[in-house]
Design a protein around this ligand. Structure first.
Ligand code: 5AD
Ligand code: FES
Length: 375
């Protein structure tokens, strides 16, 4: 169990912009001004990104986080939005090199949730104040449009005050359109990397960068609020590929961006690779906030997996969304995307209490709200 105990993250230094300004040495102040320009122009040059990723922790990084935090507060105040995550199927036809539920992982017991159980999980999320349901799964053809539309339609009628988000991977434009018409209004599909060569390093040849981008484009055109995103520290990633990710976010203007550290996972080709850096992930969260101030930015479970206060640190870096898992506890370990995932044995009650306290420790509160993109 990963409950918050008496150690609090607020013991970490979290100075204000004014304090940093007063204490900064001249060379630090020069970087403060460059960060001001990033916020002003909503753009960043590759050399500055490279420098920020190599800088030791210190006042400049604190300034970056403080600035991103201020930006989040300006748009969303102290409000944190919750998304109820339901992992509806662990079958996947893909074989992504990083992912624990890839089809070649034959050591994993697979499951598909019953329609009634999915609806029950959503109802439980609703009872705990959640007003967005995220139905997530591997790419599983068993979930035909017909089956999915029936669930989406039922959910939509039972909970008309809630948003329905889908995270089901790549599907046809026609399928996306039908699901949208059934009542789904948001779709999460991480782009994984905006560099085609890096994409090929992370995926088998039958998967294509172009198709991924086409799906994202289709989703946007159909009218979904779209979330893209990527892992931080995946094999082959560089400041250059990350810069391309940031440029893609600037161009695409997603409503949400999900990022978390890469977690090396058993039974995948990347099992022996090093984990991504929590510190880099926090810096990127802040930069994404500054480049795209209104974006919905989750402090992800992967962040909480690699650091005991990862999600709090994510919030302090500018995140404003949390995605508690409301799937049946007996399925959780089978949805093994990466190793050491947290909250595997924790029911909704427990996680909500835990998150409430964690948020309080960083001056935020969870709200009962759909948490739409604020225009
Ligand atoms: N570590 C961290 N994140 C991962 N994902 C998949 N495998 C891993 C891993 N080993 C992320 C991918 C995917 C999302 C569902 O989870 O970015 O889009
Ligand atoms: Fe803390 Fe689940 S136990 S969020």
């Amino acid at each position: 169990m990963s409950s918050l105990t008496d150690t609090s993250v607020t013991q970490l230094p979290c100075p204000t912009l004014a304090q940093l300004e007063a204490e900064g040495a001249p060379e630090e102040k020069a970087l403060f001004r460059q960060l001001d320009a990033v916020a002003e122009t909503r753009d960043i040059h590759l050399p500055l990104l490279d420098e920020l990723l190599h800088l030791p922790k210190g006042r400049v990084v604190q300034y970056l986080h403080a600035k991103a935090r201020a930006c989040t507060e300006k748009v969303y105040g102290d409000r944190i939005f919750l998304r109820a995550l339901i992992e509806i199927s662990s079958y996947c036809k893909n074989d992504c090199f990083y992912c624990g539920i890839r089809r070649s992982n034959t050591t994993l017991a697979r499951y598909r949730m019953e329609e009634g159980t999915i609806l029950d999980c959503c109802a439980e999320g609703y009872a705990h104040g959640m007003r967005t349901f995220v139905l997530q799964s591997g790419e599983d053809a068993w979930w035909t449009d017909e089956r999915l539309c029936r669930i989406v339609d039922t959910l939509h009628r039972r909970h008309p005050d809630c948003a329905i988000t889908l995270s089901l991977g790549e599907r046809s434009r026609e399928s996306y359109r039908r699901l949208f018409e059934a009542g789904a209004s948001r779709y999460l599909l991480r782009h994984e990397t905006a560099d085609a060569a890096h994409y090929a390093r992370l995926h088998p040849a039958e998967m294509s960068y172009e198709h991924r981008m086409q799906c994202l484009q289709d989703l946007k055109e159909i009218g979904y609020q779209v979330g893209c995103g990527f892992m931080v520290g995946s094999p082959g990633q560089s400041p250059q590929t990350l810069w391309q990710d940031l440029q893609f976010i600037r161009r695409f203007q997603p409503h949400m961006v999900g990022i978390g550290p890469f977690v090396a996972t058993q039974q995948t080709p990347f099992a022996g690779e090093p984990n991504g850096s929590v510190e880099d992930c926090l810096r990127l969260l802040s930069l994404i906030r500054l480049l795209h101030p209104h974006v919905l930015l989750p402090a992800t479970t992967a962040l909480g997996t690699l650091h005991p206060f990862g999600r709090e640190l994510g919030v302090l870096a500018g995140a404003n969304v949390l995605m508690p898992n409301v799937s049946p506890v007996e399925n959780r370990e089978k949805y093994h995307i990466y190793d050491n995932k947290i909250c595997l044995d924790d029911g909704v009650d427990h996680c909500i209490d835990c998150l409430e306290r964690r948020l309080q420790s960083v001056g935020r509160r969870m709200v009962v709200d759909r948490g739409d993109f604020q225009v």
